[in-house]
Design a protein. Sequence first.
Length: 194
Amino acid sequence: MRPKGVPPQKAGPTRQDAEGVLVEAAQNDPAKFDALYEMHFERVYAFVASRVRDRASSEDVTSEVFHKALANLPSYEWRGVPFVAWLLRIAANAIVDHAKRAARESPAPDDPPEPANDPVVRASEMRAIEHRAQLFRLVGQLPALQKQVVHERFVEQRSIKEIAQRLGKTEGAVKQLQLRAVQNLRAQMEGSHA
């Protein structure tokens, strides 16, 4: 029971409220942008990586997204919409720009990604982005050798034989490391959806 004259307390701040505070802090002091970067890096990278074929380009485009976001942060207006939606709109435009640059520079252009005419990311696409971001985080938490095998096998697309030679291990040992890593990731992903 609350004493007379004391107003009821509001519920604690929501994630969006906290994000709005972080945006305002970064607008006042760009050095505080790092909190927003840390909060949204995996989602933005997953979004970009799903549309840009090679890893180096995905990293470059993701870097460009955060550079543009920081440069344009003073003009950003907080409207209660998740900040990541603004970042993904920047990312969609950066992906199109990247495809155009690649087409100009390359005599045989790859299939460019579909232009993002609709800046709003559909719910199913957002779930896929969240899923990839979670997977990136979980891979980062694997034991060092498992993480290295997963990275070389699935990101760099090296063969088991190449990885074994690079690590000085047998092919069987690399297959075991890969199996344990995949089992680890599956268990963690299933555990997080329970």
